[in-house]
Design a protein around this ligand. Structure first.
Ligand code: DX5
Ligand code: ZN
Length: 229
């Protein structure tokens, strides 16, 4: 039997989980050695029943913290994707469900703009439906809750989805990284990383913890040197 592979995963703080009145202070309190990229949810009230941030917030976060991943939960991602490129996002995720007929063009455009092309997938969309888009993606974001709101419980089947994506990547020789978004916390972080995820997005569990800095260190500890099962 082939030995299990050892790999690291990283936690990406989700800005949506922070108190909107003190986002900067909440982020400044997180030890920089434990995180690299921020996760910024962009919602339009149409693709999901919620509103969140826009390009100005993205630009401000880029200026202060560096790498920002913009997760577009927009019914018409083609209308605003370029605004987030201009705002300095280093990766832009577009939902497979939002504009299927535009998806490959959008991912291609992001790459040619020098931004990582991200493909986000909602819980009810099977991996099989993504097959033709996977070669165009630098990163795949498995949504492990219904898109639109923080604070939900992780849907367990999402781990199998991540494992399927790992297998496909190996078989087809694709180069995408895999992220998990929704309901990730210190209790399930090791299992999520063990399913092959490279990036663990954490919002409400992290910022809702009594000591977010300590909580992040705990999560980081659990996601290092996991054996992919
Ligand atoms: C939900 C968002 C998530 C959210 C995760 O639609 O995409 O990024 O911030 O939040 P938690 O960690 O609270 O599930
Ligand atoms: Zn998100």
């Amino acid at each position: 039997m082939e030995p299990a592979k050892k790999r690291c995963a990283y936690v990406s703080p989700s800005v949506l989980g922070a108190d909107p009145l003190s986002v900067g202070a909440a982020l400044d309190a997180l030890p920089r050695g434990c995180w690299e990229r921020l996760h910024l949810d962009i919602m339009d009230g149409r693709f999901v029943r919620n509103l969140s941030f826009g390009p100005a917030m993205c630009a401000a976060l880029v200026k202060r913290y560096g790498l920002v991943d913009a997760h577009l939960m927009l019914a018409e991602p083609d209308v605003l994707a370029q605004d987030f490129v201009r705002a300095g996002a280093s990766r832009v995720y577009v939902h497979a469900e939002a504009a299927p007929q535009l998806l490959l063009g959008l991912l291609t455009r992001l790459r040619s703009d020098g931004v990582e092309a991200g493909l986000a997938v909602a819980p009810l969309t099977p991996v099989e439906a993504l097959r033709f888009a996977l070669p165009f993606a630098d990163a795949v974001l498995v949504m492990s809750v219904t898109p639109g709101f923080g604070g939900q419980a992780l849907i367990e089947g999402s781990l199998e989805k991540a494992r399927d994506l790992v297998r496909l990547r190996e078989v087809e020789g694709y180069g995408y990284s895999i992220g998990m978004d929704g309901g990730v916390n210190a209790e399930n972080a090791r299992r999520v990383a063990g399913a092959g995820c490279d990036l663990l997005v954490a919002g409400s569990a992290l910022f809702g913890a009594p000591d977010p800095a300590k909580y992040l260190m705990e999560m980081a500890e659990q996601t290092r040197e996991n054996f992919v099962s």
